[in-house]
Design a protein around this ligand. Structure first.
Ligand code: ATP
Ligand code: MG
Length: 572
């Protein structure tokens, strides 16, 4: 590609609307332009990177035995009513009516459509397993679209769905997809980790998220320093608290006045104890209507997903002061498990604590020296808290580490929930009707490009891994008026392209500084410069964007060197 012919609207200043570096750089480097909130046009360079990711995804999905198809974006409401998600999905689902008064939605995901297709086309175990995927624009009316391509309303996703005859088959398919995802993100040249993710009602570790490691990530990953254990915050657990055999003497429960002290900090300072010596009582509303009190140690946080799974709710939300008062009859800040009027669950750590402070269910009062079992009981005990740095790994006891990441992929063993709801069945080898066992596998294609930029950038711009950079090489002509230099550049351009190297030739009549800046900004991994030293000594300069290594060479040597570097970087 000739730079002079490319639509590449770079910006000198960082646009104020962009908070994160990938969004800033994608705007500055002319990769995207915003149409409206969460909706972007992919300009030629942005699209080039997206297509690279897509290509890797396609190759690896096909290699793993999946087949590509393309489903409609508009989906009829009745299918979603059949699965029960028309009601459940909430406002992220963009719904609309056509001229005949029929309701439809824009696909945020395609479980319904694919299950409908398979129930109509696959009837026998002989046709199984089937694994189908598409790469397509999704629409989700996100409450807070932000960070450019990271969380758009319209974005490109690879979504795949598998259908197996039984659990065992579904597990084999899951493993194949897990391996394929590893290859995909490795081939993209990204630093990533797969982590166990929450599976809600299904249970087991049959969901993994693939996280690109980046300090700016929205997600927190929990990893063990010693072993391979890795999970996201919703799923992560730690070793059970140790049961201490020499427990201190249990002191008598005592009610003390704590005037106006409602928060952990205020109460513990007032009582002159540590937050670890207090149990806080947090009220959550399950599915908007059912209050439940959760006990955790004063310095811990409740993990709402663990709570949701324990009590079998669809949603849980922290109650506000009014909801606390209306349900428990006590102002928030003074709640405690002794004589409480609503169901109580406790984090397992609480049951090992001794002589702790708790709310007394009376305004301006707390209890001290409370003890589980002696002073109160609870409905259920479970692991309900967020893991923190330094907690012990549930698998090996090693120290847990927290790092930031960006979710770029998610694989899930679905089981039969959709096939049952949509009555998608086949005949097994005994002629018995069975429901398909399903899996679903997503990759945020456009988000992956943004995540790569979050992971790779410096003050000058993007540093792409070669496999997903829009071009492999930026070929700069620094003396466009010099015929000899220009002829050499054109020759290099030809030769490199013939060998399959993707070259952006900067043939503009611009100052060298401008050309250097632009090449750095757009993140092209190799730069070949032809200028004064070519005119004098026949030498060109080759520089790596990744490590800044610079060498001089004749133009023939340069072709061989660049080719070798690019090939090595693209190797699987
Ligand atoms: P998130 O928790 O980030 O909202 P999700 O769990 O809703 O993600 P999935 O339904 O699993 O996401 O979708 C598959 C993949 O699509 C995600 O792993 C992510 O990479 C990508 N993705 C999801 N929502 C968006 C979005 N609004 N913009 C860009 N990519 C997205
Ligand atoms: Mg989401």
């Amino acid at each position: 590609m000739r730079f002079s012919q490319l639509l590449l609207p770079t910006l000198k200043e960082t646009p104020a609307e962009a908070e994160v570096v990938s969004h800033q750089l994608m705007l500055r480097a002319g990769f995207i332009r915003k149409l409206t909130s969460g909706i972007y046009t992919y300009l030629p360079l942005g699209l080039a990177s997206i297509r690279k990711v897509e290509r890797i995804v396609r190759e690896e999905m096909n290699r793993a035995g999946a087949q590509e198809l393309l489903m409609p974006m508009v989906q009829p409401a009745d299918l979603w009513q059949e699965s029960g998600r028309w009601e459940k999905y909430g406002p992220e689902l963009l719904r609309f009516e056509d001229r005949h008064g029929r309701m439809s939605c824009l696909g945020p995901t395609h479980e319904e459509v694919i299950t409908d297709l398979v129930r109509k086309t696959v009837h026998s175990y002989r046709q199984l397993p089937v694994n189908l995927y598409q790469i397509q624009t999704k629409f989700r009316d996100e409450i807070r679209p932000r960070f450019g391509l990271m969380r758009g309303r319209e974005f490109i996703m690879k979504d795949g769905y598998s259908f197996d005859a039984d659990e065992k088959g579904a597990e084999i398919t899951y493993k194949k997809m897990y391996d394929a995802y590893h290859r995909i993100f490795e081939r993209c040249g990204l630093k990533f980790r797969s982590v166990e993710a929450d599976t809600g009602a299904i249970g087991g570790s049959f969901s993994h998220e693939f996280m690109v490691l980046a300090e700016t990530g929205e997600d927190t990953l929990v990893m063990c320093k010693e072993c391979a254990y890795a999970a996201n915050m919703e799923k992560a657990s730690c070793m059970k608290p140790e049961v201490s055999h020499d427990k201190p003497e249990l002191l008598p429960l005592e009610k003390v006045e704590t005037p106006g002290k409602r928060k952990v900090k205020a109460v513990t300072e007032f009582l002159d104890i540590k937050p670890q010596e207090l149990v806080k009582t947090m009220v959550y509303m399950a599915d908007d209507t059912k209050p439940v009190a959760v006990l955790v140690r004063g310095d811990r946080e409740v993990q709402p997903v663990k709570l949701k799974n324990l009590i079998g709710a669809i949603e849980v939300e922290l109650a506000d002061d009014k909801q606390v008062f209306d349900s428990a009859g006590v102002p928030s800040g003074y709640l405690g498990p002794v004589g409480i009027k609503i169901p109580v669950v406790a984090d397992r750590e609480v049951t090992e604590m001794c002589n702790f402070a708790i709310g007394a269910n009376e305004k301006n009062y707390h209890f001290v020296n409370a003890n589980f079992g002696r002073d109160f009981e609870v409905d259920q005990v479970a692991d309900l808290r967020m893991v923190t740095e330094g907690d012990r790994c549930p698998e090996c006891g090693g120290s847990l580490l927290l790092t930031k990441g960006i979710e770029v992929g998610h694989i899930f063993k679905l089981g039969t929930s959709y096939s049952e709801a949509l009555q998608a069945t086949f005949l097994d080898n005994n002629g018995v009707e069975k429901t398909f066992v399903m899996g679903c596998f997503g990759i945020g294609v456009s988000r992956t490009v943004a995540a790569a930029i979050e992971q790779g950038h410096d003050k000058d711009g993007i540093i792409f891994p070669a496999p997903i950079a829009p071009f492999h090489v930026a070929l700069l002509n620094l003396s466009t008026k010099d015929e000899k230099v220009t002829a050499a550049v054109e020759d290099l351009y030809e030769k490199l392209q013939k060998k399959g190297v993707e070259v952006l030739m900067d043939d503009r009549d611009e100052r060298p500084g401008v050309k250097f800046k632009d090449a750095d900004l757009i993140g092209v991994p190799y730069r070949v410069v032809v200028g004064k030293s070519y005119a004098k000594e026949g030498l060109v300069e080759i520089r790596s964007r990744i490590d800044g290594e610079t060498v001089s060479a004749t133009s023939d040597e340069a072709v061989a060197m660049v080719l070798e570097k690019v090939r090595a970087a693209l190797e699987v």
